[in-house]
Design a protein around this ligand. Sequence first.
Ligand code: ATP
Length: 140
Amino acid sequence: MATMKLQVISPDAVVYEGDITMLVVRATSGTLGILPHHLPMIAGILPCAMRAKLEDESEELIAVAGGFMEVQRDKITVLASCAETPIMIDRHRAEQAYARAKERIDRFHHGFEPPKDIDIKRAELALERAIARLKVSNSK
Ligand code: ATP
């Protein structure tokens, strides 16, 4: 089976490096499934639980808070603002971040006028990051 290299880099570490057969990732243009020998491209990545399929059909999940990826025919490089593999994730912290973001979003949509102290886009992104971390943590 054809494989390609995946390297996921966060500002302070190489979070993942390995040979994979497919990468499923939430890009700004929609969810992409990338196979080996893909045409070269650069895409923006949204908060997601990225799924890397391995040669033995197993899957590795990696939480990505956002960033960019460069696709070459035999290699994908993900430059992430933050990225975590399952063992790196503090589940309790992710649950708290989820609850905090959910509470802000609910408060924003409740009542006649949205509260001025809530940046709704920021809260929505925080919720997406927390959901991605919880999904990845569940795959431990
Ligand atoms: P929080 O509100 O809990 O800080 P956040 O989504 O705002 O969550 P980020 O800004 O995405 O956090 O990440 C800041 C740093 O903390 C990054 O280095 C990231 O890898 C790490 N981090 C955030 N949440 C977790 C978690 N649940 N487990 C492990 N590391 C985390």
